[in-house]
Design a protein around this ligand. Sequence first.
Ligand code: ADP
Length: 440
Amino acid sequence: MPQPIVKIKDLDITYNLGKENEFKATRGVSMEVYPGEFVAFFGPSGCGKSTIFYSILGILEPSAGQLLVKGENPYSFSPEEMVRFQTKIIGIVYQAFYLITSLSVIDNVVLPQIFHGVNPGKRRRWAKQVLKRFGMEEHGDKYPDNLSGGQSQRVSVARAMVNNPNILLADEPTGNLDSTSTKQVMDSMAEINSVDKKTVIMITHNAAQLSYCHRVFYLRDGKLERVVPNPEKKQIAKIDKHKILITEFDQLSKLFPYEDPITLKVKSLVNYLTQDLNYYQLQRLEDIIKLVVERKISQKEFKSLVMKNYNQGGIDLTESLAAHMSEKIYKIIRQSEDIRRFRRRFLNSNFFSRENVLVRNLAKFVMDEYKKELSLVQRRRLKDLVYKRITGLISRRDFKDALRVELPDGGVGLGKVWSRKLTRYFEKLLMQGTDSKGHH
Ligand code: ADP
């Protein structure tokens, strides 16, 4: 595996160090991001996402610990090296775009190249090409004030990428956008990651965007609480199972979220199970797993099939690897059957497939027990929380806390007693859905 492109170890960042209002914004954060990964910093407001983000960008010096980007400590750079670092190694996209309104779109995109001695003709040609790449070529002569939010953000993505940096940092890039523009911007970033093979580090509040990421760094109170890999994506980082808190349920809900076509299940399982197989082995494994998903072969047959050599329809696995793989895959299949049984039995297969149904159930519970109608805003927040909890991104405690927090502070405003009751009820629903014990 390659060296991490960003390596952070025991990072402490303290604001106003030594003063009366000293504040430790991050404590002992360690993380590694690998070249080609798309990762998110995720967590409630004030948890330290921006603090870490800006320290990677080279503008917020760690108070303690180690921070390396491409193997170098940005805080050891001379001013010239820092400019190069911030314009050539890193591209950045902000929620508020930060385009220069007195310059045309194309000049905004030209700007970052000026530091690198590219000649003016070439700069313009290149800026045009990048604008075209992000679907903005016709708007080059406009001024930022005449662009929509989505267009502005695509321009700022073009500006961030114009020097072909290794890392794209995006600070809530879709925070100001409607859903159509959000999708366009997210797709652009996904393309920058998957086609251009750039590392993308994004701050987001929006759980729905986490599906774009390989891994999610979940922060809370200045600490890295957990790292959640996305089983739908082939991982770049080596996942240390002991360090990652991911429940069976989290895995299952991502592996088999809705009534997916079989091919998707097969791909998820292949992604989940393999690290080191070659292309032909992977292809063959897909065929074999399809038989498993369709319940056409038993665990024993699976094991002996994958051990056979390639010409006999197998993939040449050693006995121990075959045993390991067959155990894992059949465990998942059994558990997913539990979920499916549950769905049929209780909720006509709509339980996990529609957060809305779940939200409606919860709202009804509040109504029946509490004699209180939830407002539209409360429902929307509740839905977001349900989504995050189902996908394993927040803990039971986070869920409860967010229910309790007052509306103006971004919570659902249910008060202490009712957030506890509703959380308990909701967790019961979840447990019934997984039939697996021991997660929280
Ligand atoms: P997030 O991006 O997750 O919302 P931040 O990294 O911005 O969180 O902030 C983490 C904590 O540090 C918050 O409690 C915030 O109030 C505090 N903080 C942020 N910037 C400063 C600053 N310049 N001075 C003092 N405290 C700050």
